[in-house]
Design a protein around this ligand. Structure first.
Ligand code: ASP
Length: 348
């Protein structure tokens, strides 16, 4: 009798031992099949702010949509062909930096001293390598300088003259600072200064161009499953004292980790720095087990709103899910994945 019980117990144990891994495997399969896996995905922003339908003429509206579509075409083309997320992010942001429509590269806003000081950063989700530059005035594509810092220096963030020297030494395209002059941004600075005089106190304008913002960002997921995030900006109109915003700060304006998500932010940088916004989205996924959309919405619509920080972000996870929340009136934005393309400006 005792022997039979023992045999029975042994059989039961053997059965459990054999079956247990199978059950575990099934559960894993279930969670992965529940999430639809996109082969690749790319999401971009061209800045958040007070952008309403009434603010843009029909021509401006279609110019922005065309530029966002053209930028997505570049990134999607690279990813579709099996290119890397880092190339997709860099090339997509190049296009946006070359466009005078956005506050990055060519279209960068002016500082109080009438200069253009640009910031950019980039981060790889696979190993958390990152690079950034702050306050550069003669580098045509600041996002490439950020990439060079990541790939060719032992550092993460270089600023000012040193960052410019490093960029030149590493063969990046250097231009005369006058390349960044655009009438529209110059006029915006004059209006900001006039408002400052009116109010009789220093006004660091949050609005780049009469309340339209134009920082650019891109997050991509390639066919290898790697996530890369990048951000590039001219900062804020009428900024002083070599002010840096969140855009060159890893964890604030840009963050990527293959285990959770990639994020690029736009908005009032001082809040995004103090609330570690880009990192916070990933942290909520990692520590609270939230999905991307819930994590991103909590940060933008709860934390930032409570704090009074205006702006938004773009994010994607390793499945290619995309989130683009903003608490301002509008955000130039769009995404592409196989068989899907969205470009939007207002709350629509
Ligand atoms: N976040 C940028 C900054 O504070 C500005 C923006 O995104 O519009 O410099």
């Amino acid at each position: 009798m005792g022997k039979n019980v023992l045999i029975l117990l042994l059989c039961a144990f053997a059965w459990v031992a054999c079956e247990a891994p199978a059950v575990e495997e099934d559960q894993t399969n279930e969670t992965t099949t529940e999430m639809e896996q996109a082969e690749y995905a790319i999401v971009i922003h061209g800045g958040a702010g007070t952008i309403t339908r009434a603010d843009l003429t029909e021509e401006q509206d279609s110019a922005y949509r065309a530029a966002l579509n053209a930028a997505l075409d570049i990134g999607e083309g690279i990813l579709k062909e099996g290119g890397t997320a880092i190339d997709a992010v860099e090339q997509t942001i190049h296009y946006l930096e070359d466009s005078p429509l956005f506050n990055a590269g060519k279209g960068a806003v002016f500082t109080n001293e009438g200069r253009n000081e640009m910031d950019a950063s980039i981060m790889m989700g696979v190993d958390r390598m990152a690079g950034a530059v702050g306050g550069v005035s003669n580098v045509k594509h600041p996002i490439s300088a950020a990439r060079a810092v990541m790939e060719k220096s032992p550092h993460v963030l270089l600023t000012g003259k040193g960052a410019e020297q490093f960029s030149a030494d590493n063969g990046l395209e250097i231009v005369d600072p006058s390349y960044f002059y655009t009438q529209r941004r110059w006029d915006a600075l004059q209006r900001a200064k006039a408002r400052e005089e009116d109010k009789g106190e220093a006004q660091v304008e949050l609005d780049h161009d009469d309340r339209k913002k134009g920082t650019v960002g891109c997050v991509a997921l390639d066919k290898e499953g790697n996530i890369v995030a990048g951000t590039s900006t001219g900062g804020m109109t009428n900024k002083r004292w070599n002010r840096l915003g969140d855009s060159p700060i890893i964890g604030a304006g840009t963050f990527a980790d293959n285990a959770t998500c990639g994020v690029s932010c736009t908005g009032h940088g001082e809040y995004f720095i103090r609330w570690a916004v880009a990192y916070d989205v990933g942290a909520r996924m990692a520590y609270k087990g939230l999905d991307l959309e819930t994590a991103a919405r909590e940060v933008v619509h709860e934390e930032l709103v409570k704090a009074g920080g205006e702006g938004g972000l773009i994010a994607l996870d390793r499945y290619g899910n995309v989130s683009m929340p903003f608490n301002s009136e509008g955000m130039y934005r769009g995404y592409a994945k196989p068989g899907e393309r969205v470009v939007a400006i207002y709350q629509e």
